[in-house]
Design a protein around this ligand. Structure first.
Ligand SMILES: Cc1cc2nc3c(=O)[nH]c(=O)nc-3n(C[C@H](O)[C@H](O)[C@H](O)COP(=O)(O)OP(=O)(O)OC[C@H]3O[C@@H](n4cnc5c(N)ncnc54)[C@H](O)[C@@H]3O)c2cc1C
Length: 352
C-alpha cells in the first residue's frame, strides 16, 4: 500500500510514524518543504533564541519512511505533483499542510519558520532602547510579547490586539495581564490599521513609534486543498467526513490545522489526536475492519509568559472554560511538558 503524507509538522509526522508501526505493508513517503521538523509551538522562542526548534526529519521518522524535500503543488487522482513537476503515486494520502499567516505589510510574521527566522535577525539587530510592537492579542501574541520582553529587557515591548489575553476567564485573564505588566510589556486593546516605516497606526486614531513590528496572528491555510479541487470551507480547510477523510475522495485524509473538523481551532493539541485517529482508521481499513468516527475533545488551554511563568485553564470537552486555572512556575512546567509531548508524540507516533 502506497501512502503519501503531505507536510511534516505535528500531524503529518505523527501520522507517518503511526502508520509505519501499524500497517506493515505500507510504503510511506513524507513530503515537506524543508528537511527538518519544526516545533511550531516554539516559534516565539526561536525569535529570541531560547530554543532551537528545528530537528532533522531523519531523526523524527521511523526507519523505512522516505522523506522527500519539496512542496506539493497539487493533489490529484491517486498522485501528488510537486512544484518541480515530479509526481508520487498513492493509494492513500494524508493532507497535513497546517495553517499559515497573512501579515500586514511592514510587519514580520512569527507564525512560520521563515518569518521567525527573519524576526530573529531583525530583533538581534535592534539596539538597546528600541521599541518592538507585537500585533495580535491571542496566545501567539501574548507568548511572543512576553518572550521578547523577558529575553531583551533593554527593549520596550508593546502588544496591540483588539482584546489582549481574553481567551481566558476573567480571573485568569487578569493574571495574564499582570504577568505581562510584570515583564513591563505595555498592552493596548485596539486594532492596527496600518504599519508604516517607523510607526503603527491604530483604529482609534492613535499611533505609536515602532522599530520592529511582529505579526503574531495565525490565520488561513495553504490553498493546496482548494487548488486541488477538494471540497473546502470558507477558510480553505478541507471538508472531512467523520473519519477525517476528504468528503470528495475517501483516499485522502486531512488532519491538523488544514482540516475543517467541526469545532476545531488551530492547535497542536488537536492536530496530534486527529493524526493518530486517521492513522488508526487506515490501519483498520487495511485489516478489513470498520473505522470509528473521530470525536473532538478539548482539555485545557495555556499561555506562557516567558520561561518561568504561564497561565493554564481547564476547559470542558467542547472548549468552554472551567473555573479552575493555574499559574506561575507550575503552569510553566506543565506547558513545557505539553510542548515536549507534542514533539514526542510526533516522533513516536503516539497520540490520544
Ligand atoms: C508561536 C506559536 C505558538 C503556538 N502555541 C500553541 C500551543 O501552545 N498549543 C497548541 O495546541 N497550539 C499552538 N500553536 C498552534 C500549533 O503550532 C499548530 O496548530 C500546529 O503546528 C498544527 O500542526 P499541523 O501539523 O497541522 O501543521 P504544522 O505544524 O504547521 O505543519 C505543517 C507542515 O506542512 C508543510 N507544508 C505546507 N504546505 C506544504 C506543501 N504544499 N507541500 C508540502 N508540505 C507543506 C509546512 O511547511 C509544515 O512543515 C502555536 C502556534 C504558533 C505559531
Amino acid at each position: 500500500m502506497k501512502v503519501v503524507v503531505v507536510g511534516a509538522g505535528y500531524a503529518g509526522t505523527l501520522a507517518a510514524n503511526r502508520i509505519a508501526k501499524k500497517v506493515k505493508t505500507a510504503e510511506i513517503t513524507v513530503i515537506n518543504p524543508r528537511p527538518d521538523f519544526v516545533e511550531r509551538v516554539r516559534l516565539h522562542q526561536q525569535v529570541v533564541g531560547t530554543a532551537a526548534v528545528a530537528t532533522p526529519l531523519a531523526s523524527m521518522l521511523r526507519d523505512g519512511i522516505a522523506a522527500l524535500v519539496g512542496t506539493v503543488d497539487k493533489i490529484g487522482d491517486g498522485s501528488v505533483v510537486l512544484d518541480d513537476g515530479a509526481s508520487v503515486g498513492f493509494d492513500y494520502a494524508f493532507l497535513a499542510v497546517g495553517s499559515t499567516v497573512r501579515p500586514m505589510p511592514g510587519t514580520v510574521p512569527v507564525g512560520t519558520w521563515e518569518g521567525a527566522e527573519r524576526a530573529r535577525a531583525a530583533l538581534a539587530a535592534l539596539p538597546a532602547g528600541s521599541t518592538v510592537t507585537v500585533i495580535g492579542g491571542g496566545s501567539t501574541g501574548v507568548e511572543t510579547a512576553a518572550e521578547v520582553a523577558e529575553a531583551r529587557p533593554d527593549l520596550q515591548v508593546r502588544i496591540i490586539g483588539s482584546s489582549v489575553g481574553r481567551d481566558f476567564s476573567h480571573r485568569a485573564f487578569r493574571r495574564v495581564r499582570s504577568g505581562l505588566e510584570r515583564l513591563r510589556v505595555s498592552v493596548v486593546d485596539d486594532g492596527v490599521t496600518e504599519v508604516t516605516d517607523g510607526a503603527v497606526h491604530l483604529r482609534s486614531g492613535a499611533e505609536f513609534a515602532s522599530d520592529l513590528a511582529l505579526w503574531a496572528i495565525v490565520s488561513g491555510v495553504p490553498d493546496l486543498a482548494a487548488r486541488s479541487g477538494l471540497e473546502v470551507d470558507a477558510e480553505g480547510r478541507a471538508l472531512v467526513d467523520p473519519y477525517l477523510r476528504s468528503v470528495g475522495d475517501e483516499r485522502i485524509f486531512a488532519v491538523g490545522d488544514c482540516a475543517a473538523v467541526p469545532g476545531a481551532r488551530f492547535a497542536c493539541a488537536l492536530a496530534t489526536p486527529q493524526a493518530a485517529h486517521a492513522a488508526n482508521t487506515l490501519a483498520r481499513l487495511s485489516e478489513g475492519r470498520t473505522p470509528e468516527p473521530y470525536s473532538l475533545r478539548y482539555v485545557a488551554r495555556a499561555v506562557t509568559l516567558g520561561r518561568r511563568d504561564a497561565v493554564g485553564q481547564f476547559t470542558r470537552t467542547d472548549d468552554s472554560l472551567r473555573r479552575a486555572y493555574f499559574t506561575g512556575r507550575t503552569a510553566a512546567v506543565v506547558k513545557e511538558l505539553a510542548s515536549r509531548g507534542g514533539q514526542y508524540g510526533a516522533r513516536t507516533g503516539t497520540g490520544a
